[in-house]
Ligand binder design. Structure first.
Ligand code: PLP
Length: 392
């Protein structure tokens, strides 16, 4: 029985069982595969027959993960990579050539920014940034050599949204490939293909694993686009290990229930913070006070697991808040079962000037919380006591 329903695909999309009839897919730790004859080997290499040749090309565990994520994203095909950044890099390298141009939202993941401005120019690929705050300006930035529109929504860390329907129409009008980094929402909360997106990229490291155990990336799209990705990746080698592919496929079995709880906990934290006397403003897509609440409801099923708030008081008080937490972790990761709190102005972005930070929406009083799956009472209590220590 082939299901169209998310939870069933996430659990029942499995590769064929081995002769042992195991109920849970085993890990195929093999670098290569054996052929029955010289002719079979030849036909596999020429592509006349389908099958595994070498684990840089394919592996039963990556095959399962590919079928599963493609089903969940409602797209035709997918490819797995060794990290989220390998997925981003592979996608651009496979689809672009010297002289091409990318139009991207300026609110992108830090390493993606490094690719755009410190690495791609060496290969003749240029990027223009468009503001997440003004979608009307994007069309003016399209050049004759533009090939790709790229964005993340919700943005990190400010949790601003991009209207995917508007971007989808713009990409279609100009015959451009629209790529969305869908890492923050996962296909459970947002399926960009519904709005005309061509490729959805994931850092599987985050919610897809969801338990902070390993790195991986996924590229999801049409057969035609994934064929180009595959042609590049087979020979450049950003392959995902069978172990991690197995782990992510198992993790996807529980993605729906985990995301539901992440979202419920995050909404409760957002509502709690909104009432705090120490807090100036809270940003959470499913709070009615979010300026883009209507867009959030249009393109997201729930608000996600990330909450951002702006405290009242000095930078030093923000540092004190972070240092006063007793349970929540200080870590660069997100999308983990463990709640993680970061103060970008004093940590990841401390080397930038205040002006530079403001230009990427990181004000000194911004705190980002990746709300985990611990008891909501404990998460709330920890944040509450740290607020009181730092700001009272
Ligand atoms: C973490 C992250 C990446 C990079 O993924 P890695 O698995 O760390 O390489 C890309 N985009 C977003 C939005 C991320 O959060």
């Amino acid at each position: 029985m082939k299901s169209k329903n998310f939870e069933t695909i996430a659990i029942r999309e499995n590769i064929e069982k081995s002769p042992h009839k195991e109920h849970s897919t085993p890990i195929y730790l093999t670098s290569s595969y054996q052929f029955d004859s010289a002719e079979e080997m030849r036909d596999l290499f020429t592509g006349d027959i389908e099958g595994n040749i070498y684990s840089r090309y394919s592996n039963p565990n990556t095959n399962e993960l590919i079928e599963k994520i493609a089903g969940l994203e409602k797209m035709e095909n997918a490819w797995c990579t060794s990290s989220g950044m390998a997925a981003v890099f592979t996608t651009f390298m496979a689809l672009l050539k010297n002289g091409d141009h990318i139009l991207s939202s300026s609110s992108v993941f830090g390493s993606t920014h490094q690719l755009f401005f410190n690495i791609f120019p060496n290969y003749g690929i240029t990027t223009s940034y468009a503001s997440i705050h003004n979608l009307d300006d994007w069309e003016k930035l399209i050049q004759p050599n533009t090939k790709i529109i790229y964005a993340e929504t919700p943005s990190n860390p400010a949790l601003d949204l991009i209207d995917l329907e508007v971007l989808g129409k713009l990409a279609k009008k100009h015959n451009l490939i629209l790529i969305i980094d869908n890492c923050f929402t996962t296909p459970y909360l947002q399926t960009p293909v519904d709005f005309g997106c061509d490729i959805s990229i994931h850092s599987a490291t985050k919610y897809i694993d969801g338990q902070g155990r390993g790195l991986g990336g996924l590229i999801v799209g049409s057969n035609e686009l994934i064929a180009k990705i595959e042609a590049f990746a087979r020979h450049s080698g950003p392959a995902l290990s069978p172990f991690n592919a197995w782990m992510f496929s198992k993790s996807l079995e529980t993605l729906a229930v985990r995301m539901d709880r992440h979202c419920d906990n995050a909404l409760e934290i957002a509502e709690f913070l909104e009432k705090s006397e120490f807090v100036e403003k809270v940003k959470y897509p499913f709070l009615p006070s979010h300026p883009q609440f209507e867009i959030a409801k249009k393109q997201m099923k729930k608000g996600g697991g990330m909450v951002t708030f702006y405290f009242k008081g000095s930078l030093e008080k923000g540092v004190k808040f972070i240092n006063s937490l007793k349970m929540c972790s200080i870590s660069a990761n997100l999308g983990d079962t463990k709640t993680i709190v970061t103060h970008p102005a004093s940590s990841t972005h401390s080397k930038l000037t205040e002006e530079e930070r403001n230009s990427v929406d990181i004000t000194y009083n911004l705190i980002r919380i990746s709300v985990g799956l611990e008891s909501i009472d404990d998460i709330k209590e920890d944040i509450n006591q740290a607020l009181n220590v730092a700001f009272a």
